[in-house]
Design a protein around this ligand. Structure first.
Ligand code: GLN
Length: 543
């Protein structure tokens, strides 16, 4: 039976990038493993309606949910940790809140009132949060983006204050994640920034219930006491979060610190049972003790910021574990690849993935990479733009279509083998207008992917405007590149493969969004397996 939904807010102090998303997801995991149903919500303070129009350099990867919402990458962590499926309800942005309020004002809903941040914006924020208290969840975690003290996150902080007052402290608590910096010259951990950040929260009317302290070094009893004293907390409510070598270790670190038990006590929830984490621990065991090791290349154009390919990175961690193999990803800038350095660049790699992306920059390097991988029989996985480049490369170099291209890069090409979807042609607005979210795909009988997925119909998430041009399909198939997966309703080609190649698969969708710790994605698992056996074969030859 469900209890009344309880809320846990997670705020950040002192610095950004402390891993609020990971701490929230880890706590969610622990509570879930104790038998509570948990959902998790991210409040983003920026004014963009969603991150779909943001350059990955700004906020990292744009994560896409089943229902086709372009969201913050933390939702990816929530899905991967908690094995849940998120939707638009799990991500709120200031842009979306304001848009809703302004639409209501235009519709006359406020009956002549002056529309203000308090109460109208804060009410709308609370309404979004409370929409998850629908009887489905015992506990909802709410992560507030940004750092306490930011102008932008003030309405969220105020909404939290009001909710704590309205629901009562036993139903709504705040965890403040903060940094305890280590001053090398003094050889000491410093608590002052945290004291200030708690003061900042207090000035907004919020006494945090628990402090989670990111630190490079052990937080001594003495320091914990000091933090407790200065921040009005009991000793047990000061929790250490030591730097970890893998994000997947964090739930166990939090368990050791009894964060879950402290939270349950504060929320006056009876413990149901000890955390059941057998699968998680088995995963960690394999992660820490791999039998094999391989290097896989990722050719993309946002490689300076690894968050730009977050889900792909994590999908390889999961798939590596499934193969008892440590996968190191070598990030390669597509515009640094040319015909004379490609062999040298790929010489230590057991396989290469060509990443998703938009626009012209670095396309040539992607096509040169794919030609090399295809001709040298090296495992290749192309995702979205990566798949489109594989089609273009095949058209240019196998079908002899000189100048073949995607109309995204060359609108006037003679051979538009990748072209804009008909329904996209009249769309002017950029935000939220791509082909987004889950679509079904039927796999062809004798294809490699059918074997990999082990079923006929799959569902995967999309985010693109351009498509394989079916006008050329028979030419591709006759020359050896097959449409292995097709949308049953629209007949759009979703997967291409070259059966004569060791492992050559291009997918129009994003499999990485669906890979989870406890459910690694079959396509990544099989790709790593192929890379592993290619690596063993190569090493055998070198001996
Ligand atoms: N730019 C391509 C398109 O819009 C591919 C998008 C992607 O890789 N996500 O179709």
């Amino acid at each position: 039976m469900n209890i009344m939904t309880k809320f846990i807010f997670v705020t950040g102090g002192v610095s950004s990038s402390l891993g609020k998303g990971i701490v929230a997801a880890s706590l969610g995991k622990l509570l879930q493993s104790r038998g509570f149903s948990v959902s998790i919500l991210k409040l983003d303070p920026y004014i963009n309606v969603d991150p779909g129009t943001l350059n990955p350099y700004e906020h990292g990867e744009c994560y896409v949910t089943e229902d086709g919402t372009e969201t913050d990458l933390d939702l990816g962590h929530y899905e991967r940790f908690l094995n849940i499926t998120t939707s638009q309800a799990n991500n709120v942005t200031t842009g979306r809140i304001y848009q809703t309020v302004i639409n209501k004002e235009r519709a006359g809903d406020y009956l002549g009132k002056t529309v203000q941040v308090v109460p109208h914006i804060t009410d709308e924020i609370k309404r979004k949060i409370m929409s998850l208290a629908n009887g489905e969840y015992d506990i909802v975690l709410v992560e507030i983006g940004g750092t306490v003290g930011d102008i932008e996150s003030l309405p969220y902080i105020e909404a939290m204050r009001q909710m704590r007052w309205e629901l009562g402290r036993e139903n709504c608590i705040t965890i403040h994640l903060t940094l305890i910096p280590y001053l090398k010259a003094a050889g000491e951990l410093k608590t002052k920034p945290t004291q200030h950040s708690v003061k900042e929260l207090l000035s907004s009317g919020i006494q945090p219930d628990i402090l989670v302290c990111r630190t490079e070094h052990e937080l001594s009893t003495e320091l914990r006491r000091k933090l407790a004293l200065f921040c009005n907390l009991d000793f047990g409510s000061v929790v250490e979060a030591r730097d970890a070598d893998s994000i997947y270790v964090v739930p166990l670190l939090m368990l050791k610190e009894k964060l879950d038990a402290t939270v349950l006590a504060k929320l006056r929830l009876l413990e149901r049972h000890e955390p059941k984490l057998d699968k998680w621990k088995a995963f960690l065991g394999l992660l820490k003790n791999p039998v094999h090791e391989i290097k896989i290349g990722l050719v993309g154009k946002y490689i300076e910021l690894q968050d730009a390919y977050k889900s792909i990175h994590e999908a390889f961690v999961h798939a590596g574990v499934a193969n008892e193999c440590k996968v190191s990803i070598q990030y390669i800038h597509s515009s640094h690849i040319n015909a004379s350095n490609v062999a040298e660049t790929f010489k230590d790699l057991s396989g290469v993935i060509v990443a998703p992306g938009f626009g012209e920059r670095g396309i040539e390097g992607k096509i040169i990479s794919i030609q090399y991988l295809r001709e040298q029989n090296i495992p290749f996985l192309g995702i979205c733009l990566g798949m489109q480049c594989a089609v273009v490369e095949f058209a240019q170099n196998v079908l002899g279509m000189k100048g073949a291209a995607s109309t995204e890069m060359s609108p006037n090409t003679e051979f538009p083998v990748i072209d804009m979807m008909a329904e996209q042609k009249n769309i002017q607005e950029k935000g939220g207008t791509m082909r987004l979210g889950a679509y079904p795909c039927e796999l062809k009988k004798d294809s490699r992917v059918k074997l990999i997925y082990g079923k006929k119909t799959i569902s995967e998430r999309h985010r693109h405007r351009f498509e394989f041009n079916n006008k050329y399909l028979s030419q591709f198939e006759d020359a050896g590149m097959k449409a292995a997966g097709v949308n049953p309703d629209t007949k759009l080609v979703e997967i291409v493969e070259i059966p004569s190649h060791r492992w050559f698969v291009g997918v129009q969708f994003h499999p990485e969004y669906k890979s989870r710790v406890e459910e690694p994605h079959p396509l990544f698992v099989d790709f790593v397996k192929a890379c592993l056996s290619f690596n063993q074969e190569l090493r055998g030859k070198k001996k």
